[in-house]
Design a protein around this ligand. Sequence first.
Ligand code: ATR
Length: 270
Amino acid sequence: MDRYAVFGNPIGHSKSPLIHQMFAQQTGETLSYEAICAPLDGFAASVATFFSAGLGANVTVPFKEQAWELTVQRSERAEMAGAVNTLLLNEHGEICGDNTDGVGLVTDLVSNHHVQLQGKRVLVLGAGGAVRGILGPLLAQQPLQVVVANRTVEKAEALATLFAQQGAISACGFADITGEFDVIINGTAASLQGEMPPLPAGLVAAHTVCYDMMYSAEPTVFNQWAQSQGAARQIDGLGMLVEQAAEAFFVWRGKRPDTGPVLQQLRADL
Ligand code: ATR
């Protein structure tokens, strides 16, 4: 049977095996997909062992940057992201890297939630690996402006410089964000700790859409803030998770699964 896997540490709560099993069933593909907890100091060896028989893999925290380093060839989007979440074999049997996270976010926003990004003013909170992964696909939508705001301003500035050729992008600290935004995306790890970045007032208008790249059964702290500010909509990152998986499935199998029912099932199980 064609073998696929997701590598992470920890990996126990990964929803990827369930998602890919549902995709396979839906598209009539025969494959297996397992979760592998790689040792923190043994990711490369674990991947090498798997690929003696495996065809493809996803990579999650904390190995996405290491996955970028061990791949011999990478897609342009993985190159810009500086991280790899999808491993595949080329025609010579070598391990190559792709990154489907950014496309996952944009597909969820644009296709699932019908949020236009073209010509819009977009605020992105955070400047870590997760944010770097989404900036390329975000700028490809031709927003009017993307402002990257981060606790550590230098990291936001570095990202703005890196992506400057791809569109209108600027950087600042939280206290210096000004004006209203059409879309606000939270890519900080603050939600994980139940914290909210210290944002100034006046960023949210009545039409503003707020998107947290994190998800949970209850509204995230960021989405609670968005609601309290009077945002038009608050969306969490469960759809992004399913869409990045669908894009990886397409990379491996050449078939696009219907993500709607899968998302519905995951939401019901949260
Ligand atoms: P990830 O892969 O999730 O992006 P990361 O690369 O460690 O993880 O980046 C974490 C991001 O969340 C950073 O932008 C970080 O801000 P700093 O660059 O200043 O460290 C941000 N972050 C983490 N905890 C935060 C908090 N409590 N408030 C605001 N920002 C926070």
